[in-house]
Design a protein around this ligand. Structure first.
Ligand SMILES: [Zn+2]
Length: 230
């Protein structure tokens, strides 16, 4: 993919350009940066005009992604990756060479791994592990707490929200931040209980907290503890 540059609001930015049989210019911004998809014969000058028109939006979005990146874990082979409050590591199973995640114990020194992976590959591997763990765990906890509250088990999805651990929309779909899977189980349970309580009370009234308290006594302590991870 050819890399192009543009000067937006006095800031030089780079973007990748893909051309295809499409009718309009498409813009996409994610952690890899800005991607433009354009029809086959659109002149670069015209693409630049479109970018200038959307300059404010593009520079704002790019800055947001850069900020997010700096909060991300270091995607290295020897790093520990928390799961349910415990440190885990990337390990290789000797005979097969398969890469897995294993629980790391303090007395064990990390063995140097005889593989080469780019930070991007490590991130992809660890993130897919986190997602699987999160889905299995959250599903189970939602089942347990829905049963305690005598509500039907609601559907849920993983979110990547930057500031919220969970939410519950008006259609009764629960969103849980994948990052929760890094925290101890009792904090996951608090967020699950909190979001499920919104199926009964769609607010933070006294009645709402009573619903939470019934299934999660001591929720106040969990709330304070959770703040430490924000
Ligand atoms: Zn709430």
């Amino acid at each position: 993919m050819p890399i192009q540059t543009a000067c937006l609001n006095g800031q030089e930015i780079t973007y990748t350009l893909t051309r295809s049989r499409r009718k309009s210019i498409g813009l996409q911004i994610n952690q890899q940066g800005l991607r433009i998809s354009a029809p086959l014969h659109t002149p670069l000058l015209y693409i630049d005009t479109v970018l200038q028109q959307k300059a404010d939006w593009i520079t704002k979005k790019l800055t947001q992604w850069q900020e997010k990146k700096s909060l991300a874990p270091a995607w290295t082979l020897n790093a520990t990756y928390p799961l349910l409050g415990e440190p885990w590591r990337i390990t290789i199973i000797k005979p097969t060479g398969e890469i897995v995640m294993t629980r790391s114990f303090d007395h064990e020194l990390p063995q140097p791994l005889a593989i080469e992976l780019t930070p991007r590959q490590i991130e992809t591997f660890v993130m897919s592990w986190y997602r699987q763990q999160a889905i299995t765990c959250f599903q189970q906890r939602i089942g347990i707490y829905a049963h305690k509250m005598a509500v039907p088990t609601p559907p849920f999805r993983l979110s990547q929200a930057k500031t919220r651990w969970g939410s519950c929309n008006s259609r009764g779909i629960i969103s849980l931040n994948w990052r929760l899977i890094q925290l101890p189980l009792h904090l996951i349970d608090y967020v699950v209980a909190h979001e499920l309580a919104h199926l009964i009370e769609m607010n933070h009234s006294k009645a709402f907290w009573e619903v939470v308290e019934k299934v999660y006594p001591g929720y106040r302590i969990a709330r304070v503890e959770l703040k430490r991870y924000e």
